[in-house]
Design a protein around this ligand. Structure first.
Ligand SMILES: [Zn+2]
Length: 512
């Protein structure tokens, strides 16, 4: 006998409908799963057999074939256990005849433990959100996913175990509806920029970064406050829109990182350690999963000790920095994850960290410094508009300096500048000043009178390339937007030149 149970599967961060077909035929006992299952799906066999038996049903000693259709798309994950087990029950009499019609209008997701209880699975939200587009059905999920399922807005019920789910189908036991998580959310308080004393220059650079979506690299000795600044950067960015919240939550759900029911409403801040592999940073693996760059989507990716990251990891950043997405190709499938993040990189000025320090001496040779800085390749550095140098904070200075502006005050200016850009780029695909192409730079970034001499000086005396002049113009545009003026002024250009530290010929060689 044949039974069909509806379920869902995940590809990247998008779901698609799957039908679990279970056929039970006479013959020697056998169990096969077809339809491009991965190892976890194949292993469902042992879980399903044990769960069915331990839930008080007979497991048929016959020839069982499970087909996950559409057969051409790869299936991965453990959430097919429940639909397969119900398919076995439906095909072997465990589900009563009168209930078979009802079964067709239901969708099941869940991993089974050997005792038949249901375990929560990853990716419930993105799978449910994609179901919306096809047809509205009742979905049965594990109790552990109930809150997350409620966030999808689809009618969902939750079950504790296989027995409960089967009893619901047979009409002998109601299931509870999934409801939103009402527990108070722990406030994530990263701190305020006013707490970072001194570093006025760096704070201003971060304001410009937030306003124009410019990536930043901070170069400074240990203890100069690089991490403190980066962790407070999120406070300058505007709130997430509903679409951004949904997109972000889908990525976290696909990674199994969603705990409550509500959509993620804060901008992500990811701070992977420099020993991370390129696969973990970018995403991938044999069962592709989003990497840190995608977990930072719509937020900030902070890479401290940037020069200590492996070369492949640094190079792998090129695709997301260029295209805002990551493409993971496998033999049977290609998965695309969104990765639109703002990069804040931080590094020491030299391997020992004390080059240019007022009191501590640097023990590095010029060659060592050159090699250290050379780890950040040109194409990656090219995607980073703002280069800033931080100096060590002396305790005496620290005591005397008053608190600076609060994050909220700066964020208000940032929001105004972002709104100006929304109007400017209303009809183009460009989203912020940082992404202007050459023609847009020519259109929106006119060099003001009297400023050509500044640019000329930058090229001749500081050794800037023509390419870095375009960056200076983009930064100047953002500075002008922060001020709310239509035309770039000479002082905007003078300020912008200061944010291109690593373009200076003397800086690149490390021989200051
Ligand atoms: Zn050194």
């Amino acid at each position: 006998m044949l039974a069909k149970i509806r379920t869902l599967a995940l590809r990247g961060i998008d779901g698609f409908d799957v039908s679990a077909e279970v056929d039970i035929a006479a013959g020697l006992p056998a169990y096969a799963v077809v339809g491009l299952p991965d190892a976890a799906v194949k292993e469902s066999k042992d879980r399903v057999i044990a769960a069915v038996r331990n839930s008080g049903f007979d497991f048929p000693s016959k020839r069982i074939t499970v087909n996950l259709s559409p057969a051409e798309l790869k299936k991965s994950g453990t959430h097919f256990d429940l639909p397969i087990a119900l398919g076995v029950l439906a095909a072997s009499g465990g589900i009563e005849k009168h209930a078979l019609e009802k079964l067709e209008s239901l969708v099941f997701i869940g991993e089974l433990a050997l005792d038949g209880s249901l375990r929560p699975v990853a990716g419930v939200l993105p799978m449910l959100v994609s179901l919306k587009k096809t047809a509205v059905k009742t979905v049965i999920v594990p109790a552990g996913n109930a809150h997350e399922a409620a966030a999808s807005g689809i009618e969902c019920l939750h079950a504790e175990n296989l027995k409960e789910a089967a009893a619901y189908v047979n009409g002998t036991c109601p299931l509870k509806a999934c409801s939103a998580d009402t527990a108070p959310r722990a406030e994530n308080c990263p701190g305020d920029l006013s707490e970072v004393k001194n570093q006025v220059f760096a704070k201003r650079a971060l304001e410009i970064a937030a306003a124009g979506f410019h990536n930043v690299i901070m170069v400074g000795p240990p203890g100069s406050g690089k991490s403190m600044l980066a962790r407070r950067f999120g406070g300058l960015l505007p709130e997430l829109s509903f679409e951004e919240k949904l997109e972000t939550t889908k990525i976290y759900s696909a990674s199994g990182l969603v705990k409550g029911s509500r959509l993620i409403s804060e901008r992500p801040f990811r701070e992977p350690h420099h020993t991370i592999s390129d696969a973990a940073l970018i995403g991938g693996g044999s069962n592709p999963r989003p990497g840190e760059v995608s977990l930072a989507h719509n937020g900030v990716l902070f890479l401290d000790e940037f020069a200590e990251f492996s070369r492949p990891a640094i190079e792998a950043l090129r695709e997301p920095l260029e295209a805002w997405k990551v493409t993971v190709s496998r033999v049977k499938e290609t998965v695309v994850y969104p990765a639109r993040f703002l990069l804040i990189a931080a590094m020491n000025p030299c391997p020992c960290g004390y080059l240019g320090h007022p009191t501590k001496g640097c023990a590095c040779t010029p060659l060592q410094v050159h090699k250290y800085r050379g780890k950040i390749s040109g194409p990656v550095l090219d995607r980073i508009d703002l280069h800033i140098q931080l100096s060590a904070i002396q305790y005496a200075d620290w005591e005397a300096i008053p608190k600076g502006e609060s994050s909220r005050t700066i964020a208000e200016r940032v929001l105004k500048a972002i709104n100006i850009q929304c109007e400017r780029f209303a009809v183009s695909k460009t989203r912020a000043n940082a992404f202007m192409g050459v023609s847009e730079i020519r259109e929106y970034c006119c060099v003001p009178e009297g400023a050509s001499s500044v640019l000329e000086m930058a090229m001749n005396k500081l050794g800037f390339s023509a390419r870095s002049l375009d960056k200076i113009l983009k930064i100047s545009r953002t500075i002008a937007d922060l001020e709310g003026v239509a035309e770039i002024k000479r002082e905007h250009i003078i300020e912008a030149v200061q944010y291109r530290l690593l373009d200076r010929a003397s800086e690149l060689s490390g021989l200051r």
